[in-house]
Design a binder for this molecule. Structure first.
Ligand SMILES: C[S@@+](CC[C@H](N)C(=O)[O-])C[C@H]1O[C@@H](n2cnc3c(N)ncnc32)[C@H](O)[C@@H]1O
Length: 337
């Protein structure tokens, strides 16, 4: 680059190694005088460097609370704006790779504590008890601890239990209790109506070796026996939850042997069989999911990058229905109440 660069600041840092593309420019043949090019370079030079992710202020609702929670709010400790934001049915959070991510990523289905943290912040208050029957490497337990909630998790694989405790040690995260074993059995030891929130992040139904070692591996059999198993788990969650409390279920649809298996409605019906009321759904777009060229270039095969997080509630009091009716429904939505 010559000094003809005119008003570009710090011109010595702008340089070209190859001029050939410039000769293709229809209006000028000298890179160093091309005003458009200089403008483009200026834009690149001025582009702000990406700021490092601020963990404390971006972890859902972890920052110091400086406001008084509305006295009518019996659910959580959020501001009205935070409440409103959570009520969105779709979210694509930016998730930092921290809190034991390097260790926990060995688990193929490990979730970010940030996602669990959003749910826990909304559905509980400080000191409440959260339960996670399929705890894996402990995303729920880590989030609960950071948010000052108590938590218990169950996990069949000693490897994941170990990784959770290692991550706590490495990052000085207060430990919560993770018990090794089958949740459909262990849940019986949890006292009736003692839990404030349940998070269910189930194993893959098509991989019975994970949740029912020895089961046959044909899709029909798997799905039936998987949902029988899930019903047992959800019955126990219902028993252990306090009245009016919530349960969140992570559902990911599957692509299996050439078919899309729309699994979300199965969770809805099993939970309703266990006595829960379906209250809503949050679609979580997992931006960290790698795209794979499955059907390219001849067949459509989706890259499933979202989860449906189904929100259920234990029973529904008449009081709540009255409360909901008091809120004026938007035009065209009156029939929803
Ligand atoms: C989707 S993963 C959960 C991942 C977890 N949320 C995390 O962030 O690491 C499901 C987990 O359930 C465990 N699992 C399967 N069957 C189980 C059972 N009957 N009782 C307890 N855990 C079970 C699997 O070993 C697996 O780690």
């Amino acid at each position: 680059m010559t000094q003809d660069a005119g008003d570009i600041e710090n011109f010595e840092t702008v340089s070209f190694h190859c001029r050939s593309p410039i000769h293709l420019c229809p209006t000028c043949s000298h890179a160093e005088k091309c005003q458009d090019l200089l403008n483009i370079l200026r834009i690149f030079k001025l582009k702000e460097k990406e700021k490092p992710f601020d963990f404390m202020t971006n972890f859902p609702f972890l920052e110091q609370r400086t406001f008084k929670v509305d006295s009518r709010n019996k659910m959580n400790e959020l501001s009205s704006a935070e409440w409103l934001q959570f009520s969105r049915t779709v979210f694509s959070p930016k998730l930092p790779k921290m809190l034991g991510h390097e260790l926990r990523r060995a688990h193929p289905e490990c979730k970010s504590p940030h996602v669990m943290g959003q749910l826990i912040s909304f559905f509980t208050k400080r000191d409440d008890l959260v339960i996670d029957p399929f705890a894996g490497t402990g995303a729920t337990l880590i989030a609960a601890a950071l948010l000052g909630r108590d938590a218990v998790g169950f996990e069949t694989s000693p490897r994941w239990v170990d990784l959770y405790y290692q991550a706590c040690k490495q990052h000085t995260i207060p430990r919560r209790k993770m018990v090794e074993g089958d949740c459909s059995v262990l849940l019986h030891n949890v006292s009736k109506e003692s839990v404030d929130f349940a998070i269910i992040d189930p194993p893959n139904p098509m991989n019975p070796s994970e949740w029912a070692p020895g089961a046959e591996s044909s899709p029909g059999v798997n799905l039936d026996s998987f949902f029988d198993f899930m019903l047992r788990v959800m019955n126990q969650c219902y028993r252990t939850l306090k009245d009016q409390k919530y349960m969140a279920v992570f559902s990911r649809n599957l692509y299996y042997k050439g078919r899309y298996i729309y699994i979300t409605p199965f969770y809805a019906s099993v939970a309703s069989e266990a006595g829960f009321t379906l209250k809503g759904e949050k679609i979580w777009e997992n931006l960290g999911e790698k795209l794979r060229p499955y059907g390219y270039p001849h067949t459509y095969i989706p890259n499933i990058v979202h989860y449906s997080i189904l929100i259920f509630r234990k029973t529904e009091s008449a009081e709540e229905v009255v409360e909901e009716k008091k809120i004026k429904a938007p035009r065209g939505e009156a029939d929803k109440s």
